[in-house]
Design a protein around this ligand. Structure first.
Ligand SMILES: [Zn+2]
Ligand SMILES: [Zn+2]
Length: 130
């Protein structure tokens, strides 16, 4: 199955030819600053992802970059230098069938909201999600 996605303005588009992991919400301070709330992302193998259109990459920490559209600013990717990338689920087209499965870095979440969906919550990064 081929899954597609794009930024808000459409300049950056991508195609995924491979499996997508369940969606994990990250409440760390970097994801909150970058997204304006929290991030919800699936992960895909690097080799399964083809990105088209000029992207910007911001080195948000040692060894990690965040990809976004230089025109509309949509946050789209997180690349920690592994064999997979995180693709922000809000940029996917249509319904690829994946659903939210867990929350991570809950110890860093914003004070202004509660997590009430009943899904597992980890204070940091659980080993079985990394
Ligand atoms: Zn854009
Ligand atoms: Zn995060």
């Amino acid at each position: 199955m081929t899954v597609t996605g794009s930024c808000l303005c459409g300049r950056v588009r991508y195609r995924i030819d491979g499996p997508l992991s369940p969606v994990v919400a990250c409440h760390c301070s970097q994801c909150r600053k970058a997204s304006g709330h929290h991030v919800a992302a699936t992960t895909v193998l690097r080799d399964d992802l083809v990105i088209e259109g000029e992207q910007c990459w911001f080195a948000s920490s040692a060894g990690a970059q965040r990809g976004f559209c230089p025109v509309c600013g949509s946050n789209m990717f997180w690349d920690g230098g592994q064999d997979y990338l995180a693709v922000f689920a809000g940029t996917l087209d249509g319904d690829p069938g994946i659903r939210m499965a867990a929350h991570i870095f809950c110890a860093d979440k914003g004070a202004y909201y509660e997590i009430t969906d009943g899904l597992p919550q980890a204070p940091g990064l659980p080993e079985d999600i990394a």
